[in-house]
Each structure stands twice: as structure tokens, then as C-alpha cells.
Design a protein around this ligand. Structure first.
Ligand code: ADP
Ligand code: MG
Length: 248
């Protein structure tokens, strides 16, 4: 316990919340599959960053989390890698059938960001499939400005993870093109921009489509009061992890 506090202090990690698990400082100790670590190394990533050191064990344990850390601190992996691992576990237990899914849903404020996150998820899933024999996850990019038919074909085959912008996502949900019956992991990225750009109402409507327990994760570089209030109402007993720059 004391060791964990020392590590947090050294890395400028501040946590708020009940029963916060210990930070874990290597992929090996996190027991990430070798094929995943290989993928990380291929991207030049050899050890977890501070937000990841605290975030991975928290998210993997199923807790809700609010992650606040500066741009470039590695927030994306904190939600995508655990969601990938959860989906692979589920797929091994009970494969996703036609028209089923998603299990994981990522919502972000812009098409560009959605595209990047989607590519990252596909990269790590492909690495685990190729080098570890894990099932290849089916993913879908659900954003405006691209052909709906192609997106809907993806849903028909069954999908593990959807990366979406709020508008197109609500469009599909409203018209019952898919539902969130199996969705257990929801992540909001760049939450500050999402609220700024007037998506707040959309975000609340998305939450209304959940009728059962889920894990909710929310990430942002800044945490204005308004977003924190939203987060506290949408998340259950969240752990807040705040990582500052050294000396900041
Ligand atoms: P953020 O969302 O916090 O702004 P990103 O998740 O986009 O940051 O990551 C920024 C960059 O850092 C990406 O190119 C990513 O691949 C890289 N990165 C992520 N985690 C690590 C790590 N542990 N070590 C080195 N580079 C990393
Ligand atoms: Mg980011």
C-alpha cells in the first residue's frame, strides 16, 4: 500500500474514490497476452505510461473510471485494450451471432478521432489474432459522412466493438438498427470537447438506451465542473485518476 502511494507520488498520479486498486507498472505484471505486448512493442510502446499504470488495473477490474491527463499521455489505450480483452473473453465464452452486439461502445466528438480509435482497436485485435490465435474482433465505425449501408452490413454480421460519434449512433439506435442489450463497456473520449460541441443532450440520450449494468469510462484532458457533474451522474462509484505533468 505504501509502495503504491510512493509510486503514485513519483509519477504524479492523484486518485480519488473508494477502494482504489494498486498501480501496476509493467505489461508483464498486468498479465497482458504476449501477442498484445508484441503489438505494443511494434508501436514503440515498452512500458505503460502513468495514466495506464493506474488505469489498466482499474478498468480491467471492472471499475468505472474518470481519467484526466494531458494530451499525449496515452489515454486511448486505457480504454481500448481492456475493452479488447473483455470482448475476446466474451467471444471465447459465447461467440457473437448475426445481428448481435456490440459488447463495447466508444463515443467520441469527432469523425477523425473515431477513425483513429477504430484503427487502433483493429491493429491490436489483428496482432492478437495473428500472433496469439485469439479471435479477430468485429468492429464498426459509426460516424456521419460515410455510407450507411456498409455500416449496417457490419451490424448484420454481428459486432464486438462500435466506435461512434453521437449523431450517427443515435440515428441507428433510434431506428433500432441495433441495440445495446449486450453492451457492457462504454467509453467517452475527449469528454470536454463532447460537451463543448453541444453533444450533451445526445450523450444523455445514448445513456437512456442502456437498460442494465455497464462499465462506464470517461476521459478528458481537462475536467471543467460541468463535465465532472455529468460524469458523476453517469458513472457508478467511479475512481478519478488525475495525472499531471512533472512539476505542473
Ligand atoms: P491522449 O489520448 O492522452 O492524448 P494517446 O492515447 O493519443 O494520448 O497517445 C499519444 C501517443 O502516445 C500515441 O501515438 C500512442 O501510441 C503513444 N503511446 C501511448 N501509450 C504509450 C506508452 N505507454 N509508451 C509510449 N508511447 C505511448
Ligand atoms: Mg486522446
Amino acid at each position: 500500500q505504501e509502495e503504491s502511494n510512493e509510486l503514485r507520488k513519483k509519477l504524479h498520479i492523484i486518485v480519488h474514490g473508494d477502494d482504489v486498486c494498486n498501480p501496476i507498472k509493467s505489461f508483464k505484471l498486468l498479465r497482458f497476452p504476449r501477442s498484445l505486448v508484441k503489438g505494443l512493442v511494434e508501436r514503440g510502446i515498452r512500458k505503460p505510461s502513468p495514466i495506464q499504470i493506474q488505469g489498466f488495473p482499474l478498468v480491467l477490474s471492472g471499475r468505472d473510471m474518470i481519467g484526466i491527463a494531458f494530451t499525449g499521455s496515452g489515454k486511448t489505450l486505457v480504454f481500448i485494450l481492456p475493452i479488447i480483452l473483455f470482448c475476446i473473453d466474451e467471444e471465447l465464452k459465447m461467440p457473437i451471432g448475426a445481428g448481435e452486439g456490440p459488447i463495447g461502445l466508444v463515443v467520441c466528438p469527432s469523425r477523425e478521432l473515431a477513425g483513429q480509435i477504430y484503427d487502433e482497436i483493429n491493429f491490436y485485435s489483428a496482432q492478437m489474432h495473428k500472433h496469439g490465435g485469439y479471435p479477430l474482433l468485429r468492429t464498426m465505425l459509426c460516424i456521419g459522412g460515410i455510407d450507411k449501408r456498409e455500416q449496417l452490413d457490419g451490424i448484420k454480421r454481428g459486432v464486438h466493438i462500435i466506435v461512434a460519434t453521437p449523431g450517427r449512433l443515435l440515428d441507428f439506435l433510434d431506428r433500432k438498427k441495433f441495440d445495446l442489450e449486450l453492451c457492457r463497456h462504454l467509453a467517452f473520449d475527449e469528454a470536454d470537447r463532447m460537451i463543448d460541441t453541444g453533444f450533451e443532450e445526445d450523450v444523455r440520450s445514448i445513456l437512456d438506451f442502456f437498460r442494465h449494468q455497464r462499465q462506464t469510462l470517461l476521459f478528458s484532458a481537462t475536467m471543467p465542473k460541468k463535465i465532472l457533474n455529468f460524469a458523476m451522474s453517469a458513472l457508478v462509484k467511479p475512481v478519478i485518476v488525475n495525472v499531471g505533468r512533472a512539476g505542473a
